[in-house]
Design a protein around this ligand. Structure first.
Ligand SMILES: [Zn+2]
Length: 74
């Protein structure tokens, strides 16, 4: 279960790899990457309502929260 959460959080990181440069400490990833848009976040939140996708949605939301925290620290 923890592995699935970890996997989901890693999958969304592929989004970061598509960006150039891959890592920019001065960039907020929220709304910059397609998988980090408010629309995508709404989909992840919706996944929490279904037993089959709940763990995956949780992992994705944890990743988004970590990225949001990064934005706040800038
Ligand atoms: Zn991210």
């Amino acid at each position: 279960m923890v592995y699935l959460i970890f996997l989901a959080a890693m999958l969304i990181d592929l989004d970061h790899l598509l960006a150039r440069p891959i890592f920019d400490p001065n960039r907020c990833s929220i709304n910059f990457h397609p998988l980090h848009s408010y629309y995508a976040i709404a989909v992840y939140a919706g996944m929490l309502f279904f037993t089959k996708t709940r763990i995956l949605g949780l992992g994705l939301l944890i990743h988004i929260l970590a990225d949001i925290a990064d934005c706040w620290m800038m």
